[in-house]
Ligand binder design. Structure first.
Ligand code: 5AD
Ligand code: SF4
Length: 469
């Protein structure tokens, strides 16, 4: 097959000349792009590879396997991957000259979306593996090691999570006191700008027992804070231990019972799926942190309709009121897209107005990027780049002002902080506020994993400084 033969010559050595390291001394370098789900997936792939004899390394030059876990959400994300592959190709050639093999794999959403095109465009790549098939990684690698080029982008029928090995306890301990746990994957919403329904497939919820078992393992390894992940996490549902159908609210109550788990979060949510039980969890569950990422994308009803968001601006604002009534110290975060096709100045003003009305503690905002295969990319009235730039600047200035205002409002207040890791400067440790800000404290303020009461003394650009209360 053409794909099998492309590049070995290119890198100056034939496959059979290269030294294939024995299992247990192999090293894998993983680079992760994009969202937290990719961070979680990279860990699970690393766990699967550990069983296959690969130890993780931070030094790409010594890697027998380089794995890029990619993101396709916006154009630049994929372009970054292609330019990284260009650099890796040179490293691979250098290693080949030294008689060492370097397999190159592309995983994640670019892998799913582009498939074999990646190998055509970046011939140094040996394997392309989509997000639904990570449990097949060891088998795919075995083939790649024998010189085959592999593209594995099926939506696997088996449950990937059931087949992915769990990490060793020591490895979990090494990863620290906060952890991600994917509970839901994929999306059935089909917002017209978004590739996720195509790259991650339709919505799948992991079963309760699997989630509880994984959370218990994390807690047993000292994890204090778990963030439940899903592209549409609040659409999670499953049959509970009482045989009833649970939603995310019930699941959160169940996870809060696990000894040691002090803090829970979830991300990312769709406004349509914020049900009463989940809002009640914000009111009644102290472990559920008062921070909610609830993307709205636009404040214009016309644009929301064109985006197929299935709600109007008013619905979102009413929802925010209900959530704030349940938990008045909740901090809100959101995602925004400027320059969606057809967006006029008036539409954009409506977004600015919505931001003023909500008052966000943090937010992410992006220029619309047409994604191949999505309805938005086919729409006629694309907005010129310069207009997108200008709108993004105005929106980001407003969001930054709100974020700084939120930070400043905490000065003098006493809050709980989870001590997370050593600080960048000697004598400091970094903790996490309930609202996800880094909190810098004296290293003697507490041990890693402790939740300490601190008084905020001042704000940094993105962080808070505090002393023991
Ligand atoms: N262009 C720009 N931003 C996008 N997002 C998703 N798709 C696009 C796109 N085509 C943003 C949305 C989403 C976040 C994860 O990325 O705001 O909530
Ligand atoms: Fe994309 Fe919309 Fe699904 Fe979110 S809800 S993943 S933005 S399609």
């Amino acid at each position: 097959m053409e794909l099998n033969t492309i590049e070995r010559d290119d890198i100056g050595a034939a496959a059979e000349d290269l030294v294939v390291p024995p299992a247990a001394t192999r090293k894998v370098f993983v680079k992760t792009y994009g969202c937290q789900m990719n961070v979680y997936d990279s860990q699970r792939m690393t766990d699967a590879l550990a069983i296959d004899g690969y130890a993780a390394t931070d030094a790409i030059g010594e890697a027998d396997l380089v794995l890029l876990n990619t993101c396709h959400i916006r154009e630049k994300a994929a372009e970054k991957v292609y330019s990284e592959l260009g650099r890796i190709r040179e490293l691979k050639a250098e290693r080949a000259k030294a008689g060492r093999e370097m397999l190159v794999g592309v995983a994640g959403c670019v892998a799913q979306a582009e498939g074999a095109e990646i190998i055509r465009r970046s011939p140094a790549v040996d394997l392309v593996i989509g997000p639904q098939t990570y449990h097949r990684l060891p088998a795919v690698l075995a083939k790649a090691r024998s010189g085959e080029k592999i593209v594995e982008t099926d939506y696997a029928v088996e449950d990937k999570f059931e087949h992915l090995p769990q990490p060793k306890r020591a490895e979990l301990i090494r990863r620290g006191v906060t952890a991600f746990l994917t509970v839901q994957e994929g999306c059935d919403k089909f917002c017209t700008f978004c590739v996720v329904p195509y790259t991650r497939g339709s919505e799948v919820s992991r079963p309760v027992a699997q989630i509880v078992a994984e959370a218990e393992r994390l807690a047993d390894a000292g994890v204090r804070e778990v963030t439940l992940l899903g592209q549409n996490v609040n659409a999670w549902h499953g049959r509970g231990e009482d045989s009833e159908e649970w939603g995310l609210g019930r699941l959160l109550f169940r996870l809060a019972e696990i000894p040691g788990l002090a803090r829970l979060r979830y991300t990312t949510s769709h406004p349509r799926d914020m049900d009463d039980e989940l809002i009640a969890a914000h009111r009644d569950l102290p472990a559920l942190m008062p921070y909610l990422h609830l993307p709205v994308q636009s404040g214009s009803d016309r644009i929301l309709k064109a985006m197929n968001r299935r709600h109007m601006a008013k619905d979102y604002l009413t929802l925010i009121d209900r959530i704030r009534a349940a938990r008045n110290d909740i901090a809100l975060s959101g995602d925004f897209i400027v320059g969606f096709p057809g967006e006029t100045e008036a539409d954009f003003e409506a977004t600015m107005q919505l931001v003023e009305d909500v008052n966000y503690a943090s937010a992410f905002s992006f220029k619309y990027s047409p994604r191949p295969g999505t309805p938005g990319a086919e729409m006629n009235d694309q907005v010129p780049e310069a207009v997108k730039d200008e709108r993004l600047q105005r929106l980001q200035a407003l969001l930054l002002k709100q974020q700084q205002h939120f930070g400043a409002s905490l000065v003098g207040k006493t809050i709980d902080t989870l001590v997370e890791k050593p600080g960048r400067q000697a004598g400091q440790k970094v903790g996490r506020s309930p609202w996800l800000q880094p909190v810098i404290v004296d290293e003697k303020a507490g041990e890693i994993g402790d939740i300490i009461r601190v008084r905020i003394t001042k704000t940094g650009y993105n962080s808070l400084f505090a002393e023991l209360a």
